[in-house]
Design a protein around this ligand. Structure first.
Ligand code: GLN
Length: 492
């Protein structure tokens, strides 16, 4: 196996056993990236010098016999909406095209403290608004399994980088499915933690009551490892829970109790691709064969989840994005230099934001405006509570819920760009977890006849990530879907 093909845990093991140096790993990876990047376009920026100098630092620590961190020498890709001190952070938006943050996001600091190597910043839909990464202001990322298809979004760059072996692991953010959906389209493991499990300090805000950062990796063990590193309390994010972080890695292969798995009717009905449905049915049989009991469930209000999400997320986005005014951050319109300040604001925003971001700002401002607030925002908040209650009721009966991650496999580039509603529907199964705040993981569970990966989603109780990881690991131990790689990974 070539170095870049290893999982993060394996490459760390080889580095710490001194079978290979961190520098060799980075050099080999960069060579591979340079070969494949022109085709896939996952990165908005590569930090070659930074990565090499960090690698040398770790090799030195090891040769001096010093202790090294949980991610020693592992090259990691970061979605470009998380701040990296001294390295451009653009959110794939023209408005932040030249923004260099003076500080690291909490998660970035944590992974650096554990001796990881940040290899680059990955492409996304502008401000994480989208499901295909086609809303990036800079480039279109392709799906390594079929380069005519999108990799999913909005963390499409991170998901494609992991599946093309162009990063050992990656961070994404998930507001309505942006970690799980691209992970499922690219054959990766992706986890959205419970709201409050991971600090969002330094994550450029999209919708603050929904945003969470999560790992995208090649297998479940690596997701456990990265979650371990990024979880925990942070005084700089008041929504971050002051709860102890359990050990996600120990006992990951042990599931003691007979589990009850909820199978929600509403997620297996109309609109679900038949190949995905049958892959899920086969997966459920594997759990049954391992002693799990399947329980038929109803989550009646999830039918309103997409509509609810597009009120709440756009309302919060319109407020969060008000800060981009040409004064404090990023782009300022040149056309406006001798006109008044209001012209400067509007010209700057007209030039800096792309169409989808503008659409969301308009929708959000409308939903919050006088006279409409009660009819839209308030109503959506009430429906959100009903969705939360659906899950709370369900978790009185079952330990976790299994459903598809997405209703279809990856679609073709360009296919949905003119159909925003169709694009929004690709998140129909992922959005409910964000609205309820519960954790969810997507793992590979099969392939379509066209060879595209299929993702299975496991949803759990608040802060029960440990169980999700164990459930996911059990499935991985019984199957080999996670070991399959895109054909493109073999072509040199
Ligand atoms: N696709 C959804 C949206 O466009 C979710 C995005 C996300 O999770 N960041 O809002």
């Amino acid at each position: 196996m070539l170095l870049h093909e290893l999982t993060a845990s394996k490459v760390r093991e080889r580095i710490t056993k001194r079978e290979v140096t961190a520098q060799e790993v980075v050099e080999e990876l960069l060579e591979w990236i340079n070969l494949k990047e022109p085709l896939i376009k996952t990165y908005l920026c590569l930090d070659e010098d930074g990565a090499l100098s960090k690698a040398k630092e770790i090799d030195e620590k090891l040769s001096n016999g010093n202790k090294v961190g949980l991610l020693a020498g592992v090259p990691i890709a970061i979605k470009d909406n998380m701040c990296t001190a001294g390295v451009k952070t653009t959110c794939a938006s023209k408005i932040l095209e030249n923004f260099i943050p003076p500080y690291d996001a909490f998660v970035v600091k944590r992974i650096k403290d554990e001796d990881a190597i940040i290899i680059g910043k990955t492409n996304l839909d502008e401000f994480a608004m989208g499901s295909s990464t086609e809303n990036s202001a800079f480039q279109i990322t392709r799906n390594p399994w079929d380069i005519d298809c999108i990799p999913g979004g909005s963390s499409g760059g991170s998901a494609a980088a992991v599946s093309a072996d162009m990063a050992f692991m990656a961070l994404g953010s998930d507001t309505g499915g942006s970690v799980r959906q691209p992970a499922s389209f690219c054959g990766d493991v992706g986890l959205k933690p419970t709201y409050g499990r991971v600090s969002r300090y330094g994550l450029i805000a999209f919708a603050s009551s929904l945003d969470q950062i999560g790992p995208i990796t090649k297998d479940v063990l690596d997701t456990a490892l990265l979650l371990q590193v990024i979880s925990g309390h942070d005084n700089f994010d008041s929504t971050c829970a002051a709860l102890d972080v359990p050990n996600y890695i120990s006992d990951i292969d042990r599931l003691d109790d007979v589990l009850k798995i909820g199978v929600p009717r509403e997620f297996f009905g109309e609109g679900l691709n038949t190949e995905i449905k049958s892959a899920l049915m086969d997966a459920l049989k594997i759990y049954e064969a391992n002693g799990a009991k399947l329980v038929d469930l109803s989550l009646p209000h999830c039918e309103y989840a997409v509509a609810t999400y597009y009120i709440i997320a756009t309302a919060e986005a319109s407020s969060n994005l008000a800060r981009y005014d040409g004064v404090r951050y990023g782009h300022r319109s040149r056309l406006s230099s001798d006109s008044n300040i209001v012209d400067m604001y509007s010209q700057t925003r007209a030039e800096g934001f792309g169409n989808e971001v503008k659409r969301r700002i308009l929708l959000g401002n409308y939903a919050l405006s006088t006279g409409y607030y009660e009819a839209y925002y308030l109503k959506a908040s009430k429906v959100r509570n009903l969705i939360k209650n659906d899950f709370e009721d369900a978790f009185k009966k079952v330990d976790c819920i299994i459903c598809p991650t997405c209703p279809t496999p990856a679609f073709k580039i360009g296919e949905r760009v003119t159909e925003p509603l169709e694009m929004y529907l690709s998140d129909i199964y992922t959005i409910p977890a964000n609205l309820a705040g519960i954790p969810g993981i997507s793992i590979p569970c099969g392939f379509t006849s066209a060879g595209l990966p299929i993702g299975m989603q496991i949803l759990g109780k608040y802060f029960d990530e440990r169980k999700l990881l164990k459930m996911a690991k059990l499935f991985e131990n019984e199957t080999d879907f996670h070991l399959k790689r895109p054909k493109l990974n073999q072509q040199v």
